[in-house]
Design a binder for this molecule. Structure first.
Ligand SMILES: [Mg+2]
Length: 381
């Protein structure tokens, strides 16, 4: 028997560093570890819910660091939500939004824990609190980011054979652009008719570079280019789109529903990447997706390379969104050396089954979490 409304009686935060299976080379540098911030909350009846923020190697992709996320939650969010009656996820999201500005990953981690707890209190899937599922399986792309064409193609062949991925995501570096673009074109060619390729520049180019190289990638058959220009250069990407008929996915530039509205009004993207970690929580991402659906903008379910916990939350969210034309990149647990869950989410035949257990459907491996916490503290003391 659960008492309503939900009141959070305790909140605990842990920082856990997890090495990547292989380093990822991106436009701002190469990252080799994931910084996870795990949040656990309990309600007035003693039920527990968990959420996480995933910060890839520090405040380089986004503005937040794991240390900052922990401080924001402990010092500002916890005092504002402990003991406060919460009627549901919208109410929780509203309270988090009013409590602190920015700090998207911190708010997302706490909202995720609340979503998990809301489901567990009813012994039902948390999908119920996002409107229910429109699909039970999510297509998953695999990332090819070693920076070496032979290694990338060999890895793509293995991923296709072992797990059936039908879409690859290639990360582009900032240097040796001509060589990098040729690498992408070779990967597109190697998988033609078997898998499609999205290239992610992570804001690494300027307008001239985009206009010079995108026609080559378009000619090669690239499916989409993600965030080629810096997030502040909205006019630049509008001009690029007016000259080239190529699918442009907005990622870093998106922060919430209002930026989604601005981008759709300006014609600055033909697709949006979804990321609760970036948007300040799952409810905000769902709002942003609604604007895309209404504006005829495609959706791509993004990842911040979460463990199975955050991946389950994203899978449930993406499963609840009516249109998900470009599938997802929910391969997080496969890219990490170990997982927080006792049973990792996996990809078979190119898809991830949306978890159906109570809450987010994930059981944590407490021994492994203890080990990771000890190792993280030993390094950062
Ligand atoms: Mg991206």
């Amino acid at each position: 028997m659960t008492t309503v409304p939900l009141k959070i009686s305790s909140l605990k935060v842990q920082r856990l560093d997890i090495p990547l299976v292989q380093p990822i080379a991106m436009s701002f540098g190469t990252v080799s570890k994931q910084n996870i911030v795990l949040v656990r909350i309990t309600d007035q009846d003693g039920a527990e819910g968990c959420g996480e923020a995933a910060i890839l190697g520090g405040p380089y992709w986004g503005a937040e660091s794991a240390e900052g996320v922990q401080a924001a939650i402990e010092k500002y969010i916890a005092p504002a939500i402990l003991g406060v009656p919460l009627d549901g996820l919208e109410a929780a999201s509203l309270l988090l939004g009013k409590t602190i500005r920015g700090n998207a990953a911190a708010k997302s981690a706490v909202e995720m824990a609340i979503l998990d707890l809301l489901g567990r209190r009813l012994d039902a899937s948390s999908a119920l609190f996002l409107g229910g599922l429109c699909r039970t399986q999510i297509p998953v792309a695999w990332t090819l980011s070693t920076g070496n064409v032979e290694t990338d193609i060999a890895e793509g062949e293995r991923a296709l054979l072992d797990r059936g991925h039908r879409r690859f995501k290639v990360k582009l570096a900032k240097t040796n652009i001509a060589q990098d673009v040729q690498r992408v074109a070779s990967i597109v060619e190697a998988f033609r008719g078997r898998a499609t390729v999205i290239a992610d520049v992570n804001q690494g180019w300027d307008e001239v570079t985009a206009l010079r190289y995108l026609p080559l990638l378009q000619e090669a058959g690239l499916e989409a280019i993600e965030q080629p220009l810096p997030s502040h250069d909205i006019e630049g990407i509008v001009r690029v789109r007016s000259r080239l008929n190529i699918e442009v996915i907005a990622d870093e530039v998106l922060t919430d529903a209002s930026t989604a509205l601005l981008l759709s009004a300006k014609g600055a993207a033909s697709a949006f990447a979804l990321k609760p970690n970036r948007d300040g929580g799952l409810i905000n991402t769902k709002r942003l997706a609604g604007i895309a659906n209404a504006a005829g903008i495609k959706l791509y379910g993004g990842t911040a390379l979460e463990t199975s916990l955050g991946t389950a939350a994203s899978a449930i969210l993406y499963g609840s969104i009516p249109e998900l034309q470009l599938g997802s990149e929910l391969f997080g647990p496969l890219g990490l050396e170990c997982d927080l869950a006792s049973a990792s989410l996996s990809v078979r035949n190119g898809v991830l089954d949306v978890p159906t257990g109570a809450g987010l459907g994930v059981t944590l491996d407490e021994d492994r979490i203890r080990e990771l916490a000890e190792r993280t503290n030993a390094v950062f003391k």
